[in-house]
Design a binder for this molecule. Sequence first.
Ligand SMILES: Nc1ncnc2c1ncn2[C@@H]1O[C@H](COP(=O)(O)OP(=O)(O)O)[C@@H](O)[C@H]1O
Ligand SMILES: [Mg+2]
Length: 282
Amino acid sequence: MIVALASAHPYDTIDADLPLLVDALSQHGVETVIRYWDDPQARWDDVAVTLVRSCWNYIERREAFLAWAERIPHLQNTADILRWNTDKTYLRDLADAGIDVVPTHWDVRTTEELPAALEWVVKPSVSAGSADTARWAMPDDAVAHSRALQDAGRTAMVQPYIASVDAQGETAMIYIEGRFSHAIVKGPRLTQDSAAGTEPTRAESVVATTPEPAHHDAAERVLGICRDRGLDPLYARIDLVEDASGRQLLLELELTEPSLFLPHAGGAADRLADAVLRRVAG
Ligand SMILES: Nc1ncnc2c1ncn2[C@@H]1O[C@H](COP(=O)(O)OP(=O)(O)O)[C@@H](O)[C@H]1O
Ligand SMILES: [Mg+2]
């Protein structure tokens, strides 16, 4: 049996989860191949499952990526999950369903439309790895960024900068087949702006953590809404940040191509390999 791990050049060389997954699957007697989703020569009909991994360049070509996903016979997560999850407008659906989401204002064009905040984060709704995302202290800068995104045909999101991220980071809760696997804390990604503007930092600090009951509750409520929508993701990452009153807010639900931080959690690669094989059997 062959399992394909879908990646993209050159991300397969920096995806820290891939080698552990290859290893764990091979210990189950499964051969793995790493293929690029955007390689027109790649075949996908000779594999039992294709697992979406570091396809991080899809953000410039979302429709092509989704067309590829719809063509692939045994894809995890499935194409319907990817279609919903590759545009952060899914946060609106989750907020409508009662989830505590980081307050988000859409397609802001004037300073009057900004939420009350000391600083703002502006980002496009189709993004990954903090691309085109920035943190602003001046209302005019936030609005200019939001307008520039819209003028480029993108959906713009404006959020208050959640201050606890600077000291506490964000908590990423990783679930395999709906069961909690492990959690990590990721440090802040956005530097305070300067007169010259802001570029997201690329450095990422990651440490394993033992989450509190509030993290589990928040993450499991999000997964409950996915189930209500008929979605059954093989893997899920729920990124949470704490607001000023201590509530856990959803920053991001990653059902597409999340880093799963497998090197930070003993046994996690093995659990994922097991789950992949269960999906083949099912
Ligand atoms: N509202 C916010 N408050 C504080 N930090 C934020 C906020 N939005 C984004 N960030 C920072 O920017 C990073 C990237 O934003 P995120 O929404 O996770 O998008 P993506 O990871 O898809 O690029 C986060 O990991 C976090 O460090
Ligand atoms: Mg993120």
